[in-house]
Design a protein around this ligand. Structure first.
Ligand code: CTP
Ligand code: MG
Length: 387
């Protein structure tokens, strides 16, 4: 096995999923607990399905879950064996090994390491093929480790540089692993230990932080957080609004400021296009609809309401949905009012309302279009939300 293979090695992957999950305490065997909308076992099998060479897959489960596991295995991999495990992990691996066909390399993997990347499986296979020995992934130990006596007193410090926290999948030449399990004289928690007992060298290769084992409720929570898509942590939204100047005598409100002596805008509310464009951008970024669907343009509560009412409510809605406003940028388009002298004042008011930096700029359209002809004004806003 020391020469680079011209054909892919025959690989079997045993996924042990027969534990009860006592420490997780989720009321079901751990591998069948839901994580981000699918079972922990299903996540683990997705990684196996992503391996570059197609392995034989053996899933080891509790007796009463065999039927369910067959469904999952069929859906994710399309083929493979489901066998019933034992009272210890070692017994479960033994049961899995009995179902392994004619493989050269066997990988043993904890279903509980649900987020393990497919690439780690490939790296373990490659290491076993290259060396002809066992290979297990491991990560450096970050904490200082103390040895304590029964009363809890420290009796020594372990040299951290000598330590590796080992993960799965652990890979071995099939014949060695089968012999080591057959000769096992004690109960161990991982396969590398049995191989060492049998006198076989096993190397630690670089593991992956994502291969951590879901053991407690805290670990499950961490896995759920890691599964959130990146787009779930930052979102942007855009909003526009347009109002015509009113035929009747009404006050002008733009950017939450009253502009005395200026002709007002028509609208169900005060017609403030800057505030309304920002509200649309915020709601859109959070996926909460728009100002029309959320506030109802005919709702009497908003008749004549100023922009601050809409902005405060939009902020409440997006924060209630779990978002924080990152920043807002808005541009007013029109000939009037002359905005520059009150830019800082407008930004101060709206920033305070939203609890986030807001920049407001203004531009004209060189005499073109309805804004250029002075028939009305428009505004375009962009909002950034973060989790
Ligand atoms: N395992 C198994 N058969 C057992 C015990 C464990 O197949 N009799 C599997 C688990 O399903 C898990 C992996 O071995 O994927 C690692 O075990 P562990 O994290 O200890 O899982 P549980 O034994 O289920 O959890 P607990 O010890 O908290 O009960
Ligand atoms: Mg256990």
């Amino acid at each position: 096995m020391n020469e680079a293979p011209t054909v892919p090695p025959r690989v079997a992957v045993i996924v042990v999923a027969a534990g009860s999950g006592t420490r997780l305490g989720a009321g079901a065997p751990k591998a069948f607990v839901q994580l981000g909308g699918r079972s922990i076992l299903e996540h683990a099998l997705h990684a196996v399905a992503g391996m570059s060479d197609e392995p034989q897959v053996v899933v080891v489960v509790p007796d009463d879950r065999a039927h369910e596991a067959r469904g999952i295995l069929h859906r994710v991999i399309g083929a493979g064996e489901v066998v019933v495990g034992g009272a210890t992990r070692q017994e479960s691996v033994t049961a899995g090994l009995a179902a392994v066909g004619d493989a050269e390399v066997v990988l043993v993997h904890d279903a509980a390491r649900a987020l393990t990347p497919a690439a780690l499986f490939d790296r373990v296979v490659a290491a076993v093929v290259a060396s002809g020995d066992g290979a297990v992934p491991g990560v450096p130990v970050a904490d200082t480790i103390k040895r304590t006596d029964e009363g809890g007193a420290i009796v020594g410090t372990v040299d951290r540089s000598e330590l590796a926290a080992v993960q799965t999948p652990q890979g071995f030449p099939a014949a060695q692993l089968i012999a080591a399990y057959a000769a096992a004289e004690r109960d161990v928690t991982d396969d590398a230990q049995l191989m060492a007992d049998a006198g076989h060298p096993v190397a630690v290769i670089a593991g992956d932080p994502l291969a951590f084992k879901i053991t407690t409720a805290w670990d499950l929570r961490r896995a759920e957080e890691l599964l959130r898509p990146a787009s779930g942590t930052t979102r942007i939204g855009v909003g526009t609004d347009t109002h015509a100047f009113a035929d009747t005598e009404v006050p002008l409100w733009v950017a939450c400021l009253e502009w005395t002596g200026e002709r007002g805008l028509a609208g169900h509310s005060d017609g403030d296009p800057v505030a309304h464009a920002i509200v649309d951008a915020l709601l859109s970024a959070a996926g909460l609809g728009d100002i029309g669907t959320t506030f109802g343009t005919s709702d009497p509560r908003f008749a004549g309401a100023h922009g601050e009412v809409f902005l405060a409510e939009a902020r409440r809605l997006v924060e209630h949905a779990g978002w924080r406003i990152g920043n807002v940028s808005v541009q007013l388009i029109g000939n009037r009012p002359r905005f520059a002298p009150r830019k800082a004042e407008a930004e101060g008011v709206i920033s305070a309302l939203l609890g986030a930096p807001v920049s407001v700029t203004a531009t004209t359209t060189d005499g073109l279009g309805f804004t250029g002809r002075g028939e009305g004004v428009a505004a375009i806003a962009t909002a950034l939300l973060t989790r």
